[in-house]
Ligand binder design. Sequence first.
Ligand code: ADP
Ligand code: MG
Length: 508
Amino acid sequence: MAQAQPAIGIDLGTTTSKVGYVVKGTPIILPNERGNLSTPSVVAFRDHQTAWVGELARNLMLGRDREKIVAYPKRFIGTDKRYKIEGREYSPSEIAVIILRKLKNLAARYLCIAENEIRKAILTVPAHFNDSQRLAMLKASKLAGFDDIKLVSEPVAVAVAHGYLEHPGSERMLVFDLGGGSLDVTLIELHDGSFYIKGTGGSDSAGGIFFDRALAGFLARRFEELCGIDFINDPVLYQNLINIAERTKIDLSFVEETEVLFPYLIPGNKNKKSYLNVRVSRSHFERITSENYQEIRNTVMDVFKRSSIVPGWVSRVLLAGGASRMPGVRKLLSEIFPPGVRIEDPGNAEKSVVLGASVLAGMMYNPDKLSSLELKNVTSQHLGLEDNDGEMIVIIPRGTPYPLEVTKTFTTAMDNESEVIIHIIQSGDTDKGSRYQSLGQITLKGLPPARAGEPNIPVTFVVDEYGVLKVMAMHPKNGKYLELTTKVGQGGKIATKPERRGTGLRVV
Ligand code: ADP
Ligand code: MG
C-alpha cells in the first residue's frame, strides 16, 4: 500500500540516476520501464515539449538526431554552460528537471498513484557542491514538482545506507565514491548520532568512463593491428568500442580473464574472418589503467593533505559508486590504509547513495526524527570578501557547519569614499595568489563624505540549511540592507589573484 504523499529518495547521478522508496522499513530501488534499477542521465529531445530519458536517449547518441541529445548534465550544474537545442538554450538545471520528472514518473507508476501526488523527496548532492550548484539543484527539484525537498550530501547517504544511522558509538569514516564520471572522497566523523563532514575533495578524471576509455584505446590498437581499421577516429566504431570496453571492465570485476569479440563485417577483408577477438586478463586491464589508479591515489592523498588528516585517522572506508566494484580499487585502498582499517564493501556500491536517500525520505513523515539526526553539513569552500588589495578576507572558513549566520563590520579604505564594492568570493585555498571564484557583488553607492575608517558597514553572511549563501550589507547612510543570494550560473568566473580591483573596503 502506498502511503499518502509518499516521499522518495533520489540520486541524480552523473552517469546514471536512481530513485528509491521505503516499504515496511526497508528501502527498495524502483525499476524503470525496462526493469533496470538505474536510468542513464541522458535526455533526447523530440521537440521542445517532449523528451526521452534514459536508455532510449543513450541509444540514440550516435544517431541522426545526436544534436538533440544532452548527456550527463550534473557535471555542469550551477555553471554558465548552456545546451543549444534547435534554436533554444537549456541550462544544465533545466535538463536536470527533465530527468527528475522521469524519476518521479517511474516512482508514480510503481506506486500506482498520480505523479502530482509525489511532492516530498530527499535529493542527494556531492559534498563538494558549492552554493550555486545546490541552488540549481533545489530550483530544478521545485520545477520538477517537488515542494518538500531536502538536500543531503551523497557521502552522508552512503553512511546511512551502510547502517550508521542508529550507530551508538563514534566512527571516523572515509567515503570513497567512484562513480561513472567522478571520484568523490569525503572524510566524515560520526559522533553522538551526528555526521560531521571533515573534509572533501575529488577528481573529475577518475570515474568509470576513464577506465572504459583506456581499455577502448588498447582494444583499438589491437584491432588496428588485426584488420588495419582506425577505430579511434570513426565516432560510431569508437562508441561501440567504448560500450564493449565498459562491459569488459564490468566482467573483469567478476572473472580473471575474458574475451572481447567485435563483429567485423567488412567485405573483402584479407583473412576472411567475420569477427575480431582479443583476450584480456584482469592484471592486464589493471596495467592498461595504471594511470587511472594513480589519479585515484593522488586524489585520496590530496584530500588528506588539504584536511590535515592522516590515513591512520580513518577507522572505516565505505565503498560507493559502481566503479568501486573493481577489485583493483580495493587493492589500492588496502595499500593506502593501515591493516586495521576496515574496508566496507556493500556488494552493490552503485546503490548506496539512493538507498541512504530512501531511508532518509522514509523519515520525512517524522520530521523530529529527521532533524534530531542533525545531518551536519560543512561548507566546502572558504567564503568571504575581496579586500581593497585584492586579497580574500575569509568570513566563513571551509569546514564550518551550517546553517549559520556571521556578521563582520567593514569600513572604507580611503577618505571620502562615495562607493564601496562588496565582492563576494569563494575559494578552496586562501594562500596568496590562489584562485577564487566570484559569487557576485553588492555595490553601496552614495556614501556620505567621511574619513577612512569612520563608516560602519556590517556585512552578514547567512548559509541556510541547504547550503545556499545569502549576503546582506547595511548602507551606512540609511541603515537599509542590500542583499544578494547567490544565483544559478553566477559562479563560474574564475579570477586569478593578484588582480587589483580596489573594492574600497577594509576590515575594521
Ligand atoms: P554515477 O553516480 O557517477 O552516475 P554509478 O555509481 O552509478 O555512477 O556508477 C557507474 C559506473 O560504475 C559506470 O562507469 C559503470 O561502468 C561502473 N560499474 C558498474 N558496475 C560495475 C562493476 N561491477 N565493475 C566495475 N565497474 C562497474
Ligand atoms: Mg554517484
